[in-house]
Ligand binder design. Structure first.
Ligand code: SAM
Length: 308
């Protein structure tokens, strides 16, 4: 998807004379334009017009990957759920989102739309294969403006069955204390180390505000058709989107952001319009600020360290 840089990354070799140098310059310009186009999201307006999702310089940039800045973790403590000797500070996302533990949770396998699940403890599935398998998302989903306060949402181009894994939540991996103030609902909290549920498990955010894939556009519904849950791809933990009921082609995908986000006592107003929408239960005058964290998902159980 956006990261098709391999094709475009070929160095353009200058071969000497002036005329050739001008070819190089044109080549470089073309290179930049193609890259930025690949990194943009497009959506359809209610009038059927295709538009680029506007960026004010801080995103959203289309990136079907995890990214991580090692220096942000320099002063973070070594996670208590990691065995001694792990890579710290993490150099890449798989160092910190490595799948650990005594019981091994299911691997999504190399492709998601079929929900092919791998239960082989020593499987060789890699995050790179997973990224490639999920890069054709536009064949299956489209971004469309809902024409309501919900803004842009994700709509299916085909049907899916309950239990299908539709994609994964990509973005920047960040320490919890690095996020200050409002964040617009683009944060996912994911635990580190052994995934056996533990109330005090250290965790990090997957932040899709500036960089992420199509799943960052999934809106909230009080009667959601999907959930986020933690699985693994080989030895790396991923937050997947799973259909919790059959979904017809053309339907909007949604998840439940949780009562801390759209609840009877939060400041934010839900516009999902579902019959069971929280707005129907709201007690007037009780609004308070809500949490900005979309959710906290306890995953299964895993083993293996630092594998990609
Ligand atoms: C993760 S983003 C989803 C993508 C977003 N609709 C967009 O256009 O970029 C979450 C934000 O979408 C909007 N949103 C999502 N679900 C909503 C709902 N049920 N009611 C009102 N606003 C919603 C809110 O502005 C929320 O902060």
């Amino acid at each position: 998807m956006g990261v098709s840089a391999t094709t475009h990354n070929k160095p353009v070799k200058p071969t000497g004379v002036t005329k050739r140098r001008s070819t190089l310059r044109r080549g470089s310009l073309r290179l930049r334009r193609t890259r930025s186009q690949n990194r943009q999201f497009h959506y359809t307006t209610p009038d059927g017009v295709t538009q680029v999702v506007k960026s004010n310089g801080t995103g959203p940039e289309l990136l079907n990957d995890y990214t991580l800045t090692p220096s942000e973790f320099l002063h973070e403590p070594y996670p208590s759920t990691f065995p001694p000797g792990g890579v710290w500070p993490p150099r890449k996302a798989s160092d910190i989102l490595c799948a650990l533990g005594t019981d091994y949770m299911d691997c999504v396998g190399s492709t998601c739309y079929t929900s092919r699940i791998c239960t082989d403890y020593a499987c060789t599935h890699t995050l790179s294969a997973w990224k490639a398998a999920t890069s054709d998302w536009e064949q299956h989903f489209e971004l469309r403006h809902t024409g309501s306060d919900r803004g842009i949402g994700v709509f299916t181009k085909r049907s899916f069955r309950r239990g299908d894994i539709l994609g994964w939540y990509a973005g920047e991996i960040k320490p919890l204390d690095s996020i200050i103030g409002t964040h617009g609902g683009y944060l996912m909290e994911i635990e580190l180390g052994d995934l056996t549920p533990r109330a005090d498990a250290p965790s990090v955010y997957i932040d899709a505000k500036k960089k992420g894939n199509w799943t960052r556009f999934i809106n909230h519904s009080c009667e959601a058709d999907c959930v986020f849950r933690i699985m693994r791809v080989g030895g790396v933990r991923v937050m997947v989107v799973e259909a919790v009921r059959d979904v017809r082609g053309g339907e909007e995908l949604s998840v439940d952001y949780g009562r801390e986000y759209y609840g009877v006592e939060t400041r934010l107003r839900c516009a999902c319009g579902a019959r069971g929408c929280v707005e129907r239960k709201r007690v007037r005058g009780k609004g308070k600020g809500g949490s900005e964290v979309v959710g906290r998902w306890w995953g299964g159980m895993v083993c293996g360290f630092g594998i990609e």
